[in-house]
Design a protein around this ligand. Sequence first.
Ligand SMILES: Cc1cc2nc3c(=O)[nH]c(=O)nc-3n(C[C@H](O)[C@H](O)[C@H](O)COP(=O)(O)OP(=O)(O)OC[C@H]3O[C@@H](n4cnc5c(N)ncnc54)[C@H](O)[C@@H]3O)c2cc1C
Length: 628
Amino acid sequence: MAYFETVTVKTDLLIVGGGMAATGAGVEAAYWAKKNGLSVTLVDKAALDRSGGAAMGLSAINQYVGLRDGENTLADYVQYVRNDLMGITREDLVANIARHVDSSVHLFEKWGLPIWKDENGKYVHEGRWQLMINGESYKVVLAEACKNALGIDNIYERIFIVGPLMNGDRCVGAVGFSVREEKFYVFLAKAVLVAMGGAVHVFKPRSAGEGLGRAWYPPWNSGSSAYFTMKAGAEMTCQEVRFIPVRFKDAYGPVGAWFLLFKSRATNALGENYMQTNAAELEKWVPYGKVKPVPANLRNWLMLLDVMDGKGPIYMRTEEAIANIANEYKDDPKAYKKKMKELESEAWEDFLDMTISQAILWAATNVAPEERSSEIAAAEPYFIGSHSGASGAWVSGPADIQTDETRGEYFWGYPCLSTVKGIFCAGDASGASSHKFTSGSHAEGRIAAKGAISYIVDNNEEPTIDNAVVEKMKSEILKPLEIFEQHKGETTDPDINPNYIRPKMFMFRLQKMMDEYAGGVSSQFTTSKSLLVKGLELMEFLKEDSEKLAAEDLHELMRCWENIHRMWQAEAHIRTIMFREETRWPGYYFRADLPSIKEEWKVFANCRWDPATGEWEMMKRPIYQIYD
Ligand SMILES: Cc1cc2nc3c(=O)[nH]c(=O)nc-3n(C[C@H](O)[C@H](O)[C@H](O)COP(=O)(O)OP(=O)(O)OC[C@H]3O[C@@H](n4cnc5c(N)ncnc54)[C@H](O)[C@@H]3O)c2cc1C
């Protein structure tokens, strides 16, 4: 593509991604870089103000430990995460984030984020770990702080990062392209901090036809973190741990405020509370079936049992929850009316704060939450290691939390360093440290940035790359544009052409495969070895066809690469579900051929794609309990 200008940017630390982890990293890196005379550059495929999981705004900060006021201890948080992930968690990573997260929240407040306070000036909690916020502009507030710290000239927006730039076993930067101008970007760096979120649209979504594209998870996170680290040869962890949120059906509105703040029940169509009627099932999943709160996947599972028994739809009993709260005022008609009004507006605001489409759907279907229930359902699977999933790169923990047992396994020099020289990961990009959410991802971004700067200080080598390598990557990355140009005139319908496949059709094929063979919505999240083997076989054909992806313009070029990233995420997922010979997370996925939890599988299931051979290696890593 002769007309594509190549722009080369040289920096010391490169941050790829612009979400929660990246904005935290930006602020911290700016501070330490200035002290050490280093430069920092941040690149986002979108606009920093409104990108990533928190783009639309949120109504709660989901991780606040409250160490300052002695509300909880680090051990409390670690125990909560360990139980919710059915025992599979890196306690050193979880504790490291938990001990830093409150300071990120205090910074948010200082930067102007309104956090709800009670009459005594204390934060209002939604649940034990969650704080209520007026969060419509949550992301804008954090982006502003990051821009102020880094300087606007060091931030590149609307550049899609395709993959790592490797010089032998060392990462020396990243390559990508502008989604607005015909420019190919080469970022040369001494270390790269990966924070490009998780992945959506790997599985067929529930939304089809006029609803296509609607998902719980934001559409722009398409597996770029996973692709970047895998392509560099990094060891990955928890690739089997997907997240399936139960949300208001069809517009994916949040349920947290209903369950935690309004104390609502969810019931089947017969009015039965499946958490009670199916409670005996929890015995099968002990010890985790017996912990409080019941792990998220098991809550899903009890619901799914009713769905599979034909007892759906499942309803959030909004009218009952609102009535229960307002009933406290039943003897005072004026106060009752006022409370009802207040609850009604909180119910709508909860959606308007973060999932506007759910409010639109309520309006479109004449729902008054104080009058009737709304349907809830399990969404399609997502990869979001910072939420209740855990997928991501296998990274080093902090030095001071290690024990004699863990030191060799969990620590190799710098916090958040992956197994590849020069690649640090945070947020959804780093694995086995679930439940960090917005605040914890921000805190982990700060931890990773500080680690990356000390790595650069200790390994201050100039990044170099052979020009021929760059030229080869450029032509590979831009190839879909050429394919389209060359063959577009050969058929009357540009969507149907024997010489190429457009990214949308490619995505449909990937999603159908994952849905049917890897346990998606249509298969009630159930799979087996035979299905997975067949899925992998079909994946090989998809990989072959990825060479024939065609792009009409820059936007479609981005779509092509997003789908290649998704395909890699999908393959790692299938391989790891197959490797783990048990069902550990019913409600997220169920292995019909191995339908129970097994003590010998209380290990991490890790994988690595070898750039030298192109082969996948699967391995187990031990789990150590550090906290009581
Ligand atoms: C619907 C939803 C509701 C949530 N609700 C809450 C809540 O109420 N409270 C809470 O605390 N947490 C909540 N979370 C979790 C929270 O949003 C995530 O934990 C957090 O955003 C993860 O941070 P991150 O930096 O890893 O990813 P993100 O914040 O998602 O950022 C990813 C960034 O990478 C960029 N990017 C992606 N691909 C590329 C590429 N190829 N090149 C360049 N840039 C790229 C994106 O543009 C984006 O800037 C919610 C998440 C979702 C999806």
